[in-house]
Design a protein around this ligand. Structure first.
Ligand code: AGP
Length: 580
């Protein structure tokens, strides 16, 4: 949640066309409100998306130092006062922050007793007042930062400036922070998307490190204030052109990009990722306990993987990361496989840290190179989907499943991956018009149910998730086998039920009959010609997950268009959930 950007440049830069252009690239991380402040204290912030803030700024507004923020509200409602940057009373210290300061109330009480006045409901506002107090006690910024890291509990990526000081102080714990080394400027950001159009050279902060970024140099320090040398990483970035091109939304662009994004990944298996895949396959063969950790759509991909592997006699558990504390204890015999598009999901990051501490091996499937999850991994496979801007995961889900299929193949599963990109193309071509037609009636529905079983159960959940997050329609992915245990009570005349029936699965056919007998409006997705309302190419049950997912994603997209939803930036959501 939240995107932060800080830029320092001795040549100066445009607030509108440089600072906020970079912030715009992080908008998918949160878009409740946004704001910026320049080194000389010029501050502007407002609720809502970034475009109105950008429009409000004169092209000629330039500066040498600035920080900015796009917010996903945690503490405090969506108001201008709660928007970042936050500042101290005499507006000489400004801060933007991604994360949660868990003991902010305690700190706020102490500072209030010292006479500090708070105007917002946020945890972040503690930061400028804390540093104001530290400096008034005669500490320099190094000491103040060290004290902050020792006094504060919680997660943070903070950018802080002092008025007319011409440098940025950057402090990191748990929340992501990276320094981009661009032509004549340093760019601090929540992730590499902010500057991947300007440079592929970056320095990644580790926990409890801080840095001072000035016009002509950057200096990194550890938690004790000791200077440290950091490695400059060069990331390869698969850059689909990061504009929407002729598409009306990123979501449909990213759905239709899949023939090429899937092919790019498949081609990497025998080449640049071959060794890593062999290493992971060997780990999976020789580990007693495999635990998948993921959230949301990535969890659905992990379920596909789990079923695939159990068919091969490799028993795994797939656990939603936020519930993992209740279900798993890690040890040195455990292999944790994290699946995460952003590589920053805090629920997953915190579990991996626990697992690592317990001696478990860590593997990951990520889309963003050098993300926190990748840097915590002993082996990390990249899904090479390219930047996915739409908050809803589509092409990245497909590529996660394809990596699962490749791993299963290396463990004995029979499948020809090379024909997948063509079948994706066919799936879209055959079904989009029919889906558009059905979406008219579906868009009027209050509830939509999706039935699945075995490998298609994760798809029932995935399609239901998309209907919720894009269309704001209550949808439920149901286990077909559970209908008779209660859920069939929800089925009434004309209630839409999307039924996933791969290869004429008889149990799915009879479950479909059961709901049809109660008057439901059935929409069958099948891979057998003549046996469904929406037909995907012939394939096995695992591949069916990919094609039925694409049909479901197209459906949620076209319903969203009819309902005039905020397709790429659904309400209350963000692309990267970096708070627990
Ligand atoms: C997917 O459409 C959602 N946006 C969400 O469920 C997402 O899959 C989840 O937050 C996990 O994100 P990650 O893959 O970046 O870890």
């Amino acid at each position: 949640m939240c995107g932060i950007i800080g830029i320092v440049s001795k040549d100066g830069f445009s607030v509108k066309n440089t600072l906020l252009k970079s912030l715009k690239r992080l908008e998918y991380r949160g878009y409740d409100s946004s704001g910026y402040v320049t080194g000389d204290g010029e501050l502007s912030k407002r609720t809502g998306e970034i475009d109105p803030l950008i429009a409000s700024i004169n092209e000629s507004t330039t500066t040498k130092v600035a920080i900015s923020h796009s917010r996903w509200a945690t503490h405090g409602g969506v108001t201008k006062t709660n928007a970042h940057p936050h500042f101290n009373t005499d507006k000489t210290i400004f801060a933007v922050h991604n994360g949660i300061l868990e003991n902010f109330q305690e700190l706020k009480t102490t500072l209030t007793k010292k006479g500090y006045k708070f105007i917002s409901e946020t945890d972040t506002e503690v930061i400028p007042h804390y540093f104001d107090d530290q400096l008034k006690q005669g500490n320099d910024m190094h000491q103040a930062i060290k004290n902050f890291m020792s006094d504060v509990r919680g997660t943070f990526a903070i950018l802080l400036i002092k008025k007319d000081d011409n440098q940025i102080y950057a402090i990191k714990r748990d929340s992501p922070l990276v320094l981009g080394l661009a032509e004549n400027k340093f760019i601090l950001a929540s992730d590499i998307y902010a500057f991947s159009d300007e440079t592929n050279k970056a320095i990644f902060f580790e926990d409890n490190e801080y840095a001072l970024i000035s016009e002509d140099k950057y200096e990194f320090f550890n938690v004790n204030g000791k200077p440290i040398t950091k490695k400059i990483m060069e990331f390869e970035w698969t850059r689909e052109d990061e504009t929407m091109e002729h598409y009306p939304h990123y979501m449909i662009k990213e759905i239709k990009e899949q023939p090429s994004s899937s092919l790019r990944l498949i081609n990497s298996f025998e080449t640049i990722q071959n060794n890593k895949l062999n290493k992971l396959a060997d780990l999976m063969k020789n580990t007693k306990r495999i635990v998948f950790l993921a959230c949301g759509t990535s969890y659905h991909a992990s379920l596909i993987g789990s079923i695939l592997l159990s068919d091969l006699g490799i028993y795994t558990r797939s656990i939603i990361a936020s519930e993992a504390d209740s279900f798993v204890k890690y040890d040195e015999k455990t292999l944790c496989i994290a699946i995460s598009q952003s590589g920053e999901t805090m629920d997953v990051v915190s579990q991996l840290k626990k697992a690592k501490k317990a001696g478990a091996k860590i593997a990951s499937l990520v889309n963003v190179p050098f993300s926190t999850i990748q840097r915590l991994s002993d082996v990390s496979i990249e899904i090479l989907a390219g930047q996915e801007v739409c908050v809803a995961a589509t092409k990245t889900f497909t590529n996660q499943v394809i990596v699962m299929l490749e791993l299963a193949k290396r463990l004995g599963y029979k499948i020809d991956l090379k024909q997948i990109p063509k079948k994706i193309q066919q799936t879209i071509a055959i079904n989009e018009d029919k889906v558009k037609e059905m979406s008219i009636k579906l868009s009027k529905k209050r509830d939509i149910f999706v039935l699945g079983k075995g490998m298609s159960y994760p798809m029932a959940r995935e399609i239901a998730l998309k209907l919720k997050e894009i269309d704001y329609i209550h949808a439920e992915g149901m286990m077909a086998g559970e209908l008779k245990h209660g859920t069939i009570a929800l089925i009434d005349k004309d209630v839409p039920v999307i039924s996933l029936i791969p290869n004429g699965n008889e149990e799915m056919i009879s479950a479909t009959q059961e709901v049809k007998a109660r008057g439901a409006w059935i929409i069958k997705i099948s891979n057998v010609e003549g046996k469904g309302d929406l037909i995907v190419p012939k394939c096995d049950e695992a591949e069916f997950a990919i094609y039925s997912g694409i049909v479901g994603h197209l459906m949620s997209y076209h319903i969203g268009v009819i309902l005039k939803r905020e397709i790429d930036k659904p309400r209350n959501l963000a692309k990267s959930v970096t708070v627990k």
